[in-house]
Design a binder for this molecule. Structure first.
Ligand code: SAM
Ligand code: SF4
Length: 321
């Protein structure tokens, strides 16, 4: 079992498989984002070695993220190999949906049913403003196809002041007919300097207050390590959640490790890189002692971790969300 300095068990890894993206969401990266060379990325073989090692130490859930994971060549065969690792009980994916619809039958065939789809607006013109790309139709096609394949879909909506707050109730309305979970995420300061960030006006309480003006919300029990506070709306097939990602109310039960596409390890989203597993593997050094050591120095919460992080704001595409 991997445990941290605060007696939290770590059984979930978020692994970025590429830093590249086919969108340029303003809250995530600048238009002129620079990506690393392919040789700097973890290879498929390194990813498998890494996950086998982590699984041997109790990691049972893997979320594949990015950048946009479906831009990695050979993603589906890689997922098949990850699926075969003993001890990995759940694989989930976070995607922007632009290329995803082509791969849904493959995901289903692998038993990968948990897909988080990022979608911050239901308006095509606004989608182009937020993402700087004209791909709304492709993302909506992915949403439709995911639901047609009975996948477990969570829609991630980053709530941005003066950008999409007028659509919160429209997203909640989606859950009336569709069995989706819409999760409203507080905006975090990881835009790679794509636009100025000066804190948030829309925290989870403001989001809930706005939804309550139109809907009755009933609190649902949250899973043990959930970052979302979940609610049902009477008569709706789906549900809604709010993720206090900036308010950081959930740190006490955090069970995650984050590994970037280049092998950098973070023990907290807000903290600095603490280790590079690619470097360790390429120099033939063992992984687990170094990971355990990093966890023994893990900050108690995201505020403490932020104090340790002195470099310029990163892009979330590097961290993986
Ligand atoms: N490209 C994929 C996608 O967009 O779903 C996966 C990577 S993306 C970095 C993972 C998640 O991070 C997405 O749901 C995205 O909305 C979220 N995200 C990115 N930047 C963020 C920010 N500054 N604040 C809050 N969430 C952010
Ligand atoms: Fe790309 Fe996802 Fe970042 Fe948007 S949030 S720019 S889709 S990595």
């Amino acid at each position: 079992m991997l445990t941290d300095a605060h007696h939290r068990i770590i059984d979930y890894v978020r692994l970025s498989v590429t830093d590249r993206c086919n969108l340029r969401c303003t809250y995530c990266m600048p238009e002129n984002m620079r990506f690393v060379k392919s040789s700097a990325l973890l290879t498929d073989a390194e990813i498998i070695t890494l996950l086998e090692t982590l699984a041997s130490a109790g990691i049972s859930k893997v979320r594949i993220t990015g950048g946009e994971p479906f831009l990695r060549p050979g993603l589906i065969p890689l997922l098949a190999k990850i699926n075969a690792i003993s001890g990995i009980r759940q694989i989930a994916i976070t995607t922007n949906g632009v290329l995803t619809h082509h791969h849904i039958p493959d995901l289903k065939a692998l038993g990968i049913t948990h897909v988080n789809l990022s979608l911050d607006t239901l308006q095509p013109a606004r989608f182009q403003q937020i993402t700087r790309r004209d791909q709304f139709a492709a993302v909506m096609q992915t949403l439709d196809n995911l639901l047609a394949h009975q996948m477990q879909v969570k829609i991630n909506v980053v709530v941005m002041d003066q950008v999409n707050t007028d659509e919160l109730v429209h997203f909640a309305a989606l859950t009336r007919e569709q069995p989706v979970s819409v999760r409203f995420i507080e905006e975090m300061p990881f835009n790679g300097q794509g636009h100025a960030f000066s804190g948030i006006n829309w925290n989870y309480e403001a989001i809930l207050d706005t939804l309550r003006e139109k809907y009755t919300l009933h609190k649902l029990p949250d899973a043990p390590h959930s970052t979302a506070l979940n609610y049902s709306i009477p008569g709706h097939a789906g549900n809604i959640g709010v993720i206090p990602a900036y308010s950081r109310t959930f740190c006490g039960t955090c069970n995650r490790l984050r590994i970037s596409a280049t092998g950098s390890v973070k023990t907290c989203l807000y903290g600095p890189d603490v280790l590079n597993v690619k470097d360790l593997m390429r120099s033939g050094e063992p992984l687990l002692p170094a990971i355990q050591q990093a966890l023994h120095h893990r900050a108690a919460n995201g505020f403490e971790a932020e104090q340790l992080h002195t470099s310029a704001p990163e892009s979330m595409s590097v961290i993986g969300g």
